[in-house]
Design a protein around this ligand. Sequence first.
Ligand SMILES: [Zn+2]
Length: 652
Amino acid sequence: MSDVVLARKYRPRSFDQMVGQAHVVQALTNALQSGRLHHAYLFTGTRGIGKTTVSRILAKSLNCVGEDGQGGVTAHPCGVCQACTEIDADRFIDYIELDAASNRSIDEIRDLIERAAYKPSVGRYKVFMIDEAHQLTKDAFNALLKTLEEPPDYLKFVLATTDPEKMLPTVLSRCLQFNLRPMPPEVVHAHLQAVLQAEGVDCDAGSLRLLSRAARGSMRDGLSLTDQAIAYGAGKLEETGVRAMLGTVDRQHAARLVQALAQRDGAAVLDSVDTLRAMGLSAAGTLEEVAMLLQQMAIEQAVPGALDDNDPDTAGARQLAAQMPADETQLLYSIAVNGRPELHLLADDYAALTMVLLRLLAFPPRGPAPGGAARAAPLAAAPRESRSRSPVPPAVAPPPKAMPSSVRPPSPAPKAVAPGPVAVPGNAPVARAIEPIPTRQAAPVAVTAAAAAEPRGTPSDEPPPWLDDAPPEEGYEPARTGSQATTPGARTAAPSPAPAAPQWQRTALGDQWAAAIRTLISGGSIAALVRELALQAELVSVEAAEGIPLWRLRVERESLRADPLREKLLAALQASGLEPLRLVVEAGAVQDTVARRDTEAREAAQRDAETLIRNDPAVRELMSQFSSARIVPGSIKPRTPSDIEPQRTDPP
Ligand SMILES: [Zn+2]
């Protein structure tokens, strides 16, 4: 191949050869054909996308005389006349390119303006092209303004800039502006393929793909990189070589990272970063490749099937798109692109990369994965069938005073099921939940009935107990059972720290014991450690030893087996008219205790209350009206029997 660099060799010499920028080509072609030419043009756009090329073609169009020397202004310059060949060779006397980056002072502009006073030497038009025009000094701009305003008929200005924001408004207003756009990778890809074929250079699909992406929308950069890659690969292009030359991180590394993040596997993220470090791959390149992958995933999630089937990366992106919820994909993309400037803030850019990637894991998982797997944190759940026997009627709070009565739900027991702690943030990002105010005419029975009427599914299609709660709704986080302040009625049972509840069965002896203990507690005849013993103990047998009734208790905590506690409990039982004349407290694992029954009931009540609130029509309406409305986690509390005791008075 020739030693002329590809970018120069394949620079378009006519509008017909221009790749991309069809909107600019079309407008200029029309202007040239109709003779409606403006006296000053401004081409904007990033570097290497054809601003100078368009300017040169425009200059040729204005000055071309055709092969026979008889032609006029044309949109299709001949390419062979003096004007065409000399402009291509950069030596046409009436076409002047000035790089404002290095000629930015008023003196250079004055010189230019002086030359503008003379008619074209050989051509039809003088064309002054000022590249990087935003770099001119203010004085230089001002000196230029008058000529821009009223140029002689034979003079055309072309200004080009990568930064139109820095141009003086008075200059902008005098120019006809065209914005040249970065070329999509597939356009660069097609052009590179054609160029390499014309050059007879072997290349594989991967290397072309990498080069067209690395061009970042600039055909000139794409061709320059291809030049470099040909030199690097000793005349041919292979993906591994091009990847090494570009410092591009293999898509597999990006995919592994995204997969680990989709699975919220922090250890795998660390492993992957360690691998990158060991291989000496660029942290910035990794983030970029991750962002590209996420962008493809987002496209697949939004418009399934829209990705290019011929792109070898498509299959991997589709697979990952199915593993990560769309909102997480967006969030991670944002984290990846915004994290790039952070990389150099740490001496160790891999540590910075780790920090950026782990950021996603700092956000709580939201919603079910596309595969349907529930992502909610496991909740302790008691056997379901015990719910209807709950001794603690679930109830929910009445509406806050601010709630307009018109949004109260039509319900047989409106006060019992009316929405309570719903936060509807206005300007505040998070509004505080309104604490429930217990009322005595709340109808716990009605609520229980309503709760029981909730569809629960058949046993066969029920989820396992640890997935008891439905996947949380948008913005909803399940309340942490056991982390709330213990309500008065529930204080008799130790708060459960809420790990998965062990499987245990209710027994007839358990029923007998629970009934006995509730009598003692409600009568106030046991307290403190004696009550604790009663709550934590399981009644394992009732027998008669030598004709004397003997109740055998079992308890796990050795400290509760102290004789004084047993004696006080026995005395209280006997005082309440129960039969045991002897009480034995042995050590061992317990199953059916009053404490466990209370915990289970409290959790069931909590779940029922949360379900009631979430399914409440008024709550649903609020949530749909206010996109930022959410139920404050932990703010839903079931009412306990003590909340509805007669001595409590209603709020007015
Ligand atoms: Zn010509």
